[in-house]
Design a protein around this ligand. Structure first.
Ligand code: CAA
Length: 259
């Protein structure tokens, strides 16, 4: 893979890879290239054992201000139908390791949809979350109507999507879209600390726990419980499960190997 031009990619540190969206001239608007680079990168690190969790962040002014409207303006209906971004979004959705979004500034449209692809969202107190597509005569198209409703409930999701007005970090916190608010200077550090904590755990258990939690979005309770039980049973076949339990009994720290 050639070096990304729209992302700043850190070195994995304590199992955590930090990816910074980097199109400052367009408030990190998600053009095709950026999304392709992000999808390629996630696909590549899926098999990298040094990466156990990923943090995605933007700038102080914008996590991402949406899909790239200039690029969108060039697409007709067939262009939208054949839009390669659909495949990039699918590849981002399929990423199995935990993603933590560290959000500051504008988190709008496709940017909010990208943040909702993260498993945990942590935001600075000045962050603004919104789905303003309606103001452009369109609507969210990268999961916004579905994921937002599941995160914040019907009334808030309807209000955000139908008025196009953003909500504050505090409103996002109150409605369950994010799990923590920080001062803006501390958002990335806090997201990295949470990611580091996750990265210490048994990778297969983390992957299966994420998978089972996401399953709850699209299944009924009884089927979800069966799914969870099967994942739980599968973990009994891992060495890390024995290591975790033995370490507890022997009063020492576990050394998880991801097998
Ligand atoms: N696409 C392309 N360029 C964008 C952009 C976007 N989504 N958002 C901002 N920019 C560009 C601006 O055009 C501007 O570029 P120029 O200096 O070359 O004119 C630069 O970023 C800075 O933006 P502003 O001057 O507008 O900054 P501001 O502080 O005055 O306003 C803002 C910030 C309120 C976020 C405003 O930029 C804005 O409303 N942006 C568009 C937000 C939006 O509608 N997002 C939804 C896009 S559609 C979508 O996402 C579809 C989907 O679900 C897949």
């Amino acid at each position: 893979m050639s070096a990304p031009t729209n992302l700043i990619v850190g070195e994995p540190t304590k199992g955590v890879l930090t990816i910074t969206l980097n199109r400052p001239e367009a408030l990190n608007a998600l053009n095709t290239k950026l999304l392709e680079e992000l999808a390629d990168l996630l696909q590549e690190v899926e098999s990298n054992a040094d990466v156990r969790a990923v943090v995605i962040t933007g700038s102080r002014k914008a996590f991402a201000a949406g899909a790239d409207v200039r690029e969108m303006a060039t697409l007709d209906a067939v262009g939208v139908l054949k839009d390669p971004r659909v495949d990039h979004w699918k590849r981002i959705t399929a990423f199995k390791k935990p993603i933590i979004a560290a959000v500051n500034g504008f988190c709008l449209g496709g940017g909010c949809e990208l943040a909702m692809h993260a498993d945990i969202l942590i935001a600075g107190e000045e962050a603004k979350f919104g789905q303003p597509e309606i103001k452009l005569g369109i609507m969210p198209g990268a999961g916004g109507t579905q994921r937002l409703l599941r995160s914040v409930g019907k009334s808030m999701a309807m209000q955000m999507v139908l008025t196009g007005e953003p909500i504050s970090a505090q409103q996002a916190m109150d409605s369950g879209l994010i799990s923590e608010i920080t001062i803006p200077e501390a958002t990335l550090e806090r997201a990295q600390a949470v990611a580091t904590q996750i990265a210490r755990h048994a990778p297969i258990a983390v992957e299966m726990a994420k998978d089972s939690l996401l399953k709850a979005f699209d299944t009924d309770l009884a089927s979800g419980l069966v799914y969870e039980r099967k994942a739980f049973t599968l973990l009994a076949a891992t060495e890390d499960r024995n290591e975790g339990i033995n370490a507890f009994l022997e009063k020492r720290k576990p050394l998880f190997k991801g097998c």
